[in-house]
Design a protein around this ligand. Structure first.
Ligand code: ADP
Length: 245
């Protein structure tokens, strides 16, 4: 098996046709190795969300190839794509998207229930403990802080042991201290458990937690930085935002 958890080959995504057509992604080729943490950055409208959606099988590229753990997504029909998303891909979003009437452990168990599987209580407790919420299993989202809710969302995304975890601005709704806790957890998931994480962020401080930062401009990969600190990432972003369109 390849060392890449996910691989994009010349992925393009166009919206509309004729004069009003927009190219959101233009022949993007990227590989995300297993056990690595990648941040995706770029000016507004550069294609970050489209990249995440295509990589995660939530949207279909107009052309190109997306391979997750050896499976070519673009060849799958809707049902098999839905199953692959459910079983092999995890998501966290800026909005935590927890169900308010369910406790933390019920929210975490939900993906397994939706798959018709009986969630093992020990496994649910295990992931809640991994995110530091072993004591909060019976709490509902309204009884928790924003950071705790995002950690429940993270536990929910991890319950299926996904091959890739996609995070779209996961700290966007958090203050900087709580955001740091969530980023430290993401980092620990990669370092301790060999998870693969791809995170879209506009925040250089958040991106500095990743192993590498991929920069997008106008739907193209403009370059990348490995092991850079927040100042270097911010300087690169400032240069990219100053580029003429
Ligand atoms: P980012 O996440 O970097 O802000 P997006 O991926 O959301 O960028 O968008 C990339 C480009 O594609 C933008 O020009 C945007 O207007 C366009 N776009 C995104 N989604 C759609 C859509 N559903 N229909 C038409 N254009 C879209």
């Amino acid at each position: 098996m390849s060392d890449d958890a996910i691989r994009l080959g010349s992925v393009s995504r166009r919206y509309g046709t004729g004069e009003g057509a927009v190219t959101a992604l233009a022949e993007v080729s990227l590989a995300f190795a297993r056990g690595t943490f990648t941040a995706v950055m770029g000016p507004s409208g550069s294609g970050k969300s489209t990249l995440l959606q295509c990589a995660a099988g939530l949207d279909r590229p107009t052309s190109g190839s997306v391979v997750v753990g050896g499976t070519e997504l673009t060849e799958l029909g809707e049902t098999r794509l839905t199953l692959l998303r459910r079983d092999r891909i995890g998501f966290v979003f800026q909005a935590f998207n927890l169900l308010p009437s369910l406790t933390a452990e019920q929210n975490v168990a939900l993906p397994l229930r939706l798959a018709g599987r009986r969630p093992a209580r020990a496994r649910v407790r295990e992931v809640l403990e991994q995110v530091g919420l072993g004591e909060r299993a019976r709490h509902r989202p309204t009884e928790m802080s924003g950071g705790q809710q995002q950690r429940v969302a993270l536990a929910r995304a991890l319950i299926t042991r996904p091959e890739v975890l996609f995070a779209d601005e996961p700290t966007g709704a958090l203050d900087s201290r709580t955001g740091r806790e969530v980023l430290a957890l993401l980092r620990a998931m990669v370092d301790r458990e060999g998870r693969t994480i791809v995170m879209v962020t506009h925040d250089p401080v958040a991106a500095a937690w990743a192993d590498r930062v991929v920069f997008l401009v106008d739907g193209r990969v403009e370059g990348e930085l490995a092991g850079a600190d927040a100042d270097r990432i911010a300087a690169r972003m400032t240069r990219l935002e100053a580029l003429p369109c």
